[in-house]
Design a protein around this ligand. Structure first.
Ligand code: ZN
Ligand code: ZN
Length: 558
C-alpha cells in the first residue's frame, strides 16, 4: 500500500449526539479519491415527541451511494436495536454488502429480516469469539466484552500503522451470568503494542461508582420473589438473556412455574436456545393455562418495562389480557431502568398496577437491575490498559461526549477529539484531527415509509396537536359571490369557543368581508384569496382564543 498517500477517516453518522441510532464509519481514501468504508453497527433510534406519530429513526447513509464512496461491509458488534435494528432499511435501500456478526446476532437478524424480506438478501459472515478477519485494507479483530446481551464485542481495527479500538457497548462485570468477561488481558496486550485511537462508550461517564454484577442482581431477584404471596410478574429488557436466565432460576428456586408473555421475549428465548444459552428442554407453561395453577405457583415474565402501550404488561395493567387479572398480593418487578423520555408512560403504567392493589418493586428500592455500560472508573481502567494517544467519545448525547472529553484530559490523554454526528475526523496521516463537518441526516419511519425530518407532515402534525384545525369549504360563482353558505368544520377547537363571539358566524362574516373588500384582480388569484381568508380568520381566532389553529380553505367555482 502506498502508505504515504493514504488517508484514513472516522465518521459517526449516528450515536454521537444521542443514545441510539449507532452507526460509525471507518474509511481509507485511495489515490483516485474514492473512499472505501466499513460500517460498524447500523442501529435505529427512538424518536421523541418533536416528531409526532413517529417511533423509529434510522441513519441516512445515502452519500455511500455516490461514486466517491464504496461501502465494503457492515460489522455488527451486538444485537441491541440501537446497533443492528436499521439493517432492514439499509437492505431496502439496495445496499448489498456482507454483514459480519456473531451467531447470536445473525440468528436474531434473520428472524427480524424474514418478517419483511427474504433471507436470501443477507450475506452474513458468522464470526467466532476473538475472530480475526480482513475487509479491504482493514484488519479487524474481535475482543470479548461484558454487556447486557449475549456475544457483545469490541473491535480492534488496524490499517497500515494505525491501531484503533472501537469499544462499542461494554462494561466490566467480574461475575456475569452468561456473558464472557471483558478481556482486559487482550486490551492490555494491545496497549503494550501501541493503541493510537480509542473510540469509546460514553453512556455512563457521569457515574462515579461501578455497577453491581449480574450475579448479584440474580441473587437479589431470588430474595425479592421469595417474599411475593400472589403472582410474581417480572418485566425486563427482552434482549438481556442473562437476566431472563436469572429470573427463570429465581422462579424455579422459589418453586414457581414460568410463563412467557410478549413476542420479543419469546423470540429472544428461542434464539438463546438455538445458541445454547438456555437449555433446549426448559419447560414453560402456556399463558392460557395460568389459571389452572394457583397464583403463588406462577412467575410471569413479560415485555413492557418502558410502558409501551401494546406490550404485555400494559395489556395486563389496562385489563386487556383476558387471562391474567392483577389483584392484591400480586407483585410486579421492574428489573429494568427507566430510559429517559419514558418516565410518563412508565408512571402511567405503575399507577394502573397500584389501582388493582398489586405491589411494585423497581430499581429505586431494590438492586434488581444493573447497567450494561461503563462508569467513569471502568473507562479510566481501559485508558490505563490501552494508553491511547487519541480518545474519541461516542455512544452518548452531546453532554456525555463533552464530559468524556473532560475525563480524557484529566487522565492525560494527549489528543481527545469531540466528534459529533456528521463530522469527519482524519485519523491518518499526521495527528488525528477534526477534518470536516456536515449536518447529520436521518430518516423517520412513518408507517411503512421513510420521511425526512423536514417533511411537511411533521410540521402540520405539530400544529394540529397544538391547536386543532378549521376546514372551510367555499363555493363561489363567477362574480365571487357565495353560491351556498360556507361549510365550516372544526377539529380540536375547544367547546367553549362555540360560545365566544359565535365563531362560526364570525368566520362567515370574515369570508364575506374578504370577498367584498378585495379588488377583482386579487380575488382572481386563487392562492392569494385562500391565503387572505386563512390569515384573517387565524388572526381573529388568535385574538379571542390566544392560539392560532391550522386553517384550511377549499375553493370551488360554479
Ligand atoms: Zn448495547
Ligand atoms: Zn448501545
Amino acid at each position: 500500500m502506498a502508505k504515504d498517500k493514504m488517508e484514513v477517516f472516522y465518521s459517526p453518522i449516528g450515536g454521537a449526539g444521542q443514545i441510539g441510532m449507532n452507526l460509525y464509519l471507518y474509511g481509507y481514501k485511495l489515490p483516485n479519491n474514492e473512499t472505501n468504508w466499513i460500517m460498524v453497527d447500523c442501529g435505529i433510534g427512538f424518536a421523541d415527541d418533536y416528531y409526532p406519530g413517529i417511533d423509529i429513526m434510522v441513519p441516512d447513509i445515502d452519500f455511500l451511494n455516490n461514486k466517491q464512496n464504496n461501502l465494503l461491509a457492515i460489522i455488527l458488534t451486538h444485537s441491541h436495536e440501537d446497533h443492528y435494528g436499521a439493517v432492514g432499511s439499509i437492505i431496502n435501500n439496495k445496499i448489498d454488502v456482507p454483514i459480519y456478526c456473531t451467531k447470536f446476532t445473525s440468528e436474531l437478524l434473520k428472524e427480524k429480516i424474514s418478517e419483511d424480506y427474504s433471507e436470501n438478501y443477507l450475506d452474513i459472515k458468522i464470526l467466532k469469539d476473538n475472530a480475526a478477519f480482513t475487509i479491504g485494507k482493514f484488519k479487524c479483530n474481535l475482543i470479548n466484552v461484558a454487556h447486557s446481551i449475549p456475544e457483545p464485542n469490541a473491535i480492534n481495527i488496524t490499517i497500515g500503522d494505525i491501531n484503533i479500538i472501537h469499544t462499542a457497548d461494554w462494561k466490566i462485570d467480574e461475575k456475569p451470568v452468561i456473558n464472557r468477561k471483558t478481556d482486559l488481558e487482550k486490551f492490555k496486550k494491545i496497549g503494550n503494542n501501541k493503541c493510537d485511537i480509542l473510540v469509546c462508550d460514553s453512556t455512563n461517564i457521569f457515574r462515579s461508582e461501578p455497577s453491581i454484577t449480574e450475579t448479584k442482581v440474580a441473587s437479589n431477584l431470588k430474595k425479592a420473589i421469595k417474599c411475593i404471596k400472589g403472582m410474581a410478574i417480572v418485566t425486563t429488557f427482552s434482549s438481556n438473556v442473562s437476566r431472563l436466565i436469572s429470573i427463570i432460576n429465581a422462579a424455579h428456586s422459589n418453586k414457581r412455574k414460568v410463563v412467557l408473555s410478549g413476542r420479543s421475549i419469546k423470540r429472544f428465548i428461542k434464539v438463546a436456545k438455538v445458541c445454547g444459552y438456555i437449555d433446549k428442554d426448559i419447560f414453560f407453561i402456556d399463558e392460557r393455562d395460568i389459571n389452572k395453577n394457583s397464583k403463588k405457583d406462577i412467575l410471569l415474565i413479560c415485555t413492557g418495562s418502558q410502558g409501551e402501550p401494546n406490550a404485555a404488561l400494559s395489556k395486563i395493567a389496562n385489563g386487556r389480557n383476558n387471562i391474567v387479572q392483577l389483584a392484591k398480593d400480586d407483585t410486579v418487578i421492574f428489573s429494568s431502568k427507566t430510559i429517559p423520555g419514558n418516565e410518563n408512560s412508565i408512571g402511567f403504567l405503575k399507577n394502573k398496577i397500584i389501582e388493582y392493589g398489586a405491589s411494585i418493586i423497581d430499581d429505586s428500592t431494590q438492586d434488581i437491575h444493573t447497567t450494561g455500560h461503563p462508569s467513569r472508573p471502568e473507562v479510566e481502567k481501559l485508558y490505563n490498559l490501552l494508553k491511547p494517544n487519541t480518545l474519541i467519545p461516542m455512544h452518548g448525547e452531546l453532554f456525555h461526549l463533552a464530559e468524556h472529553i473532560k475525563v480524557a484530559r484529566e487522565n492525560n490523554i494527549k489528543n481527545p477529539i469531540f466528534a459529533k454526528n456528521g463530522d469527519l475526523v482524519r485519523l491518518y496521516p499526521d495527528s488525528p484531527m477534526l477534518w470536516d463537518q456536515n449536518e447529520p441526516n436521518f430518516y423517520l419511519r412513518d408507517g411503512d415509509i421513510f420521511i425526512t425530518p423536514n417533511d411537511r407532515a411533521l410540521k402540520d402534525r405539530r400544529r394540529l396537536q397544538e391547536s386543532g384545525v378549521v376546514f372551510i369549504n367555499l363555493v363561489l360563482d363567477k362574480n365571487f359571490i357565495l353560491y351556498v353558505d360556507p361549510i365550516v368544520e372544526t377539529f380540536g377547537i375547544p367547546n367553549k369557543m362555540d360560545d365566544i363571539d359565535n365563531v362560526l358566524e364570525f368566520i362567515e362574516y370574515k369570508i364575506d368581508d374578504a370577498l367584498d373588500s378585495l379588488p377583482k384582480a386579487k380575488k382572481s388569484d386563487d392562492d392569494y384569496l385562500i391565503g387572505y381568508i386563512e390569515k384573517n380568520i387565524r388572526n381573529h381566532l388568535f385574538l379571542i382564543w390566544g392560539k392560532k389553529p391550522f386553517i384550511k380553505v377549499c375553493l370551488t367555482f360554479v
